[in-house]
Ligand binder design. Structure first.
Ligand SMILES: *[C@@H]1O[C@H](CO)[C@@H](O)[C@H](O)[C@H]1NC(C)=O
Ligand SMILES: *[C@@H]1O[C@H](CO)[C@@H](O)[C@H](O)[C@H]1NC(C)=O
Ligand SMILES: *[C@@H]1O[C@H](CO)[C@@H](O)[C@H](O)[C@H]1NC(C)=O
Ligand SMILES: *[C@@H]1O[C@H](CO)[C@@H](O)[C@H](O)[C@H]1NC(C)=O
Ligand SMILES: *[C@@H]1O[C@H](CO)[C@@H](O)[C@H](O)[C@H]1NC(C)=O
Ligand SMILES: *[C@@H]1O[C@H](CO)[C@@H](O)[C@H](O)[C@H]1NC(C)=O
Length: 792
């Protein structure tokens, strides 16, 4: 272990311990002051009196004195690791009665003085340049002690005596660089600890004779084992291991930072095989040299699990097939070989007891375990982070693994081509991790039939094909970091209870998701580009209706992405008015009143003929205004008639029976060309004469009128007059409706006049006649003087 690595490792352990202790001391709320890595040269003075946890690690503090911490009466945890303290009198903690955890590791301590009242649970004095073991008599009174970290360059059985009656959970012993070869081999024998971790001097050949088989120890960890010079293997270390056989309680052995030859490696494996050890774990291994072919004796083992993690070796000097054969035929249940640059693994030569294989982070290809029938008991296979490419090959691999329940092929380059045929997955496969591959939508057509947990996050899936079937058992589906545009319902996954679909392209999750997914316990759909619109409002509402812990990350991970004006707004706070979203409401509030109004207007129009009244009233007012504008006196002097009437012969009955009587009753003088006929003049001359002597020209319009050529002429003259003299002397009475199309196209004037709609319409209903006449009279209303009487 390099210095940096070991300190990181150590720091991590401290952190975990802090967490543990914090949970143990959970009765009071903790007050943590973190002043680590501040370049401090002394203990800060202005600390709160409430401080329960003080971290001043990674500074340059060289002294710790009573006044520094005297006032911190509530202090429980003090971390001063990685400083420069050379001497410490533990009586400085006399007044910190609550102190339980003291980490003084990685300082320059050579000497400590002890104090009787201290009762710690955790005391770490490791990685200090102590010469002898820093164990005082007073430690014997720390009945609560759970962890003791020590360092020394020489060990003496006597120094351990004062703590041999304690049952410490874990002892860490760091042997200094000058730790010698001829120390007392038995010095640790009397220690009572469940877990012992010994760190040998790094970079030094292993020539130690220390007996580490402490009888109470269940778990033993040994770090820094280097044996590369000796051609005979690693006799000193082999000797240490062989003594472990004595301890029947020892079940866990961990070796860290080993630098040995291939031969020694297998010798060590063989040695451990015959002990009582059940869990053997080796990490950070550097292997070199050659490997002699020899047989591995698998008999008589207690071993259940072997883990080999992080192996560096020279591939070319290695008879690979031989190594793979030894590994694959191991008669244990759990085997891990990870980060070992392993390029292949062979099929066991007979039915293997393997239940769990973890070959993560290697260089395995699709050919691994092909047609391998001897892994019939295997339940879990982890091939994470290898070089797998074709999903179909993996499917065929599992086919022979009759017991396989869990398969992890994440972080490979897997793809699936539908044309490669069907997917006869192992029938018992329940959990499949295919995350971080390059799979597309088609993967849904290649899934195990009874799958319960499926991880497909970080692939290239755009949508779930609609016609997929057979996923009724699926309970947990992770589709995070794909390119899905829609939140799938649970139509095809009727048992789904966990769906993770964050970091996709979902803009409008459908609101009936929760309706379709009755069994959903957890939905994680945050960090999608939500489009804040009306549809989304429904989704937000439905989120509000489900129990609050179902939607994970709500509300902080759910934000509007579009439109621009809402970007970054949490969905929780997104609001649009009820009216602008709810079509039914919109109909009720806008369309319905509109309709009512329209109906009312229609009723008024049909039964009361409102438009006609309106037009009439309008004309009335216009006429009155026009009349006011003309120089009245002049008109009165020159004109003899109030009005000239032009009509078609077919309408003469109405003119004679209705129009004339009604007008003349009001003393309105009418010029009729047949009645006021001047002998010796042509009809046209008579008409013109009549028009010119009249204040107004009344035209009785009807389809008959339009047919009559004469009438058009009359109109023509009248119109001329109208324009030349600038006076609006035309009154049009529409006796019968004239459809626009029935007016011959040459009658421009008539068409224009009709289009202007400045005519009086003869109402069919008798009730309206009064208003009609009044209107008509009003438009002719002028008092005539002069010769009128003569003509009449
Ligand atoms: C204590 O002093 C340090 C530096 O002297 C300062 O950074 C820190 O904010 C102070 N803390 C309090 C609680 O006053
Ligand atoms: C341990 O504590 C007992 C009483 O609590 C005391 O009598 C004894 O002297 C202490 N031992 C040491 C080594 O301090
Ligand atoms: C031994 O190792 C196994 C597997 O790693 C673990 O579950 C167990 O807790 C360990 N036992 C001790 C005493 O550390
Ligand atoms: C596989 O082994 C590695 C190394 O021991 C470990 O970190 C990882 O968690 C294991 N994977 C699984 C899925 O157990
Ligand atoms: C695996 O078995 C199949 C038939 O069972 C055979 O076609 C194929 O060649 C075998 N593959 C290998 C690599 O042995
Ligand atoms: C799948 O593997 C990835 C690592 O590649 C891991 O983060 C994830 O938790 C695994 N999924 C499941 C469901 O175990």
């Amino acid at each position: 272990m390099t210095k940096k690595n070991s300190s990181i490792f150590h720091f991590a352990i401290i952190f975990i311990l802090i967490l543990e202790i914090r949970t143990q001391l959970s009765d009071e709320s903790e007050f943590l002051i973190d002043r680590s890595k501040r370049g401090l040269t002394y203990v800060p003075k202005n600390l709160s009196l409430e401080t329960t946890i003080l971290d001043i690690s990674y500074n340059y503090i060289s002294e710790l004195q009573m006044p520094d911490i005297l006032s911190l009466s509530k202090l429980k945890i003090l971390i001063i690791s990685h400083n420069r303290i050379q001497y410490l009198d533990l009586s400085v903690f006399k007044f910190n009665q609550e102190l339980e955890y003291l980490d003084l590791s990685h300082n320059n301590l050579e000497k400590i003085s002890c104090h009787p009242t201290l009762n710690l649970k955790h005391l770490d004095l490791s990685f200090n340049p102590f010469d002898a073991l820093p164990i005082c008599q007073e430690f014997g009174n720390m009945s609560q002690l759970e962890f003791l970290g020590l360092s020394a360059t020489q060990l003496q059985k006597s120094s351990v005596q004062s703590i041999t009656h304690l049952h410490i959970s874990k002892v860490l012993l760091v042997l200094g660089d000058t730790y010698g070869e001829r120390e007392d081999a038995e010095s640790l024998q009397d220690l009572k600890t469940q877990s012992l971790h010994i760190v040998f001097p790094s970079g030094k050949e292993f020539h130690f004779i220390l007996d580490v088989s402490v009888s109470t120890t269940v778990s033993l960890e040994l770090s820094n084992i280097k044996c590369v010079l000796d051609d005979n293997g690693c006799p000193y270390f082999e000797n240490v291991l062989s003594k472990l056989q004595k301890n029947s309680r020892l079940s866990n052995l961990t070796l860290n930072n080993i630098e040995i030859t291939w031969n020694s490696f297998f010798t060590i494996l063989q040695l451990v095989w015959r002990t009582h050890i059940e869990y053997f774990s080796i990490s950070n291994v550097k292997l070199q040299g050659y490997l002699d072919s020899r047989d591995f004796d698998y008999s008589d083992t207690s071993l259940k699990a072997l883990s080999i993690h992080k192996v560096v070796h020279d591939v070319f000097s290695l008879p690979q097939g031989y190594v793979y054969k030894i590994l694959s035929n191991m008669n244990i249940q759990h085997l891990t070989v990870s980060a070992a640059h392993m390029v292949h693994m062979v099929c066991p030569s007979q039915i293997s007891p393997f239940l769990y294989l973890n070959f993560s982070n290697n260089l395995l290809t699709d050919t691994v375990f092909i047609n391998c029938t001897n892994l019939a008991n295997l339940k879990t296979l982890i091939l994470q982070k290898n070089q797998l490419k074709e999903l179909v090959n993996i499917v065929h691999m599992t086919q022979e693994m009759k017991s396989l329940q869990q398969l992890d092929v994440s972080q490979n380059s897997l793809m699936y081509d539908e044309s490669e045929g069907n997917c006869p997955w192992a029938r018992n496969l329940l959990s499949l991790n295919m995350s971080s591959n390059i799979l597309t939508d088609s993967v849904f057509r290649c899934l195990p039939p009874r799958i319960k947990v499926l991880d497909l996050h970080n692939n290239r899936i755009r949508s779930i094909p609609k016609d997929v079937t057979g996923l009724e058992t699926l309970q947990e589906l992770n589709l995070a970091s794909n390119s899905l545009a829609h939140l799938p319902g649970c139509g095809i996954f009727s048992s789904l209870s966990i769906l993770i679909i964050d970091y996709n392209s979902i803009s409008n999750p459908s609101a009936d998701f929760f309706q379709s997914c009755q069994k959903i316990r957890s939905l994680k759909a945050g960090n999608n580009p939500f489009q804040c619109s009306c549809e989304l409002r429904d989704f937000i509402q439905s989120v509000g209706q489900v129990s609050s812990d179902v939607v994970e990350g709500w509300p902080e991970s759910y934000k509007c992405d579009y439109p621009e004006s809402y970007k970054g707004t949490p969905l929780k706070d997104f609001q649009v008015s009820e009216l602008s979203c709810n079509t039914a409401l919109l109909i009720i509030t806008i369309v319905v009143p509109g309709l009512v109004l329209a109906v009312a207007v229609t009723v008024l129009c049909i039964y009361l003929d409102l438009p006609w009244y309106l037009r009439m009233v309008c004309q009335w007012t216009q006429t009155r205004r026009r009349v006011r504008n003309v120089p009245l006196e002049e008109l009165q002097r020159t004109l003899q008639f109030h009005a000239f009437i032009s009509y078609s012969g077919h309408d003469s009955a109405w003119v004679k029976n209705e129009l004339i009587p009604n007008l003349e009753k009001e003393d309105i003088r009418i010029c009729l060309h047949e009645r006021n006929f001047v002998a010796g003049k042509s009809i046209v001359e008579n008409i013109i004469n009549c028009i010119e002597k009249s204040y107004k020209s009344i035209f009785v319009l009807s389809p008959n009128f339009v047919q009559s050529e004469w009438c058009h002429y009359e109109l023509y003259f009248a119109h001329h007059n109208l324009f030349h003299e600038g006076s609006d002397n035309l009154i049009l009475i529409l006796l019968d409706p004239i459809p626009q199309y029935s007016i011959p196209s040459s009658y421009h004037k008539l068409r224009a006049l009709m289009a202007q709609r400045t005519y009086l319409e003869w109402p069919k209903e008798k009730s309206k006649h009064g208003l009609f006449w009044a209107n008509l009279r009003a438009s002719i209303n002028i008092k005539l003087m002069g010769k009128a009487a003569e003509i009449h």
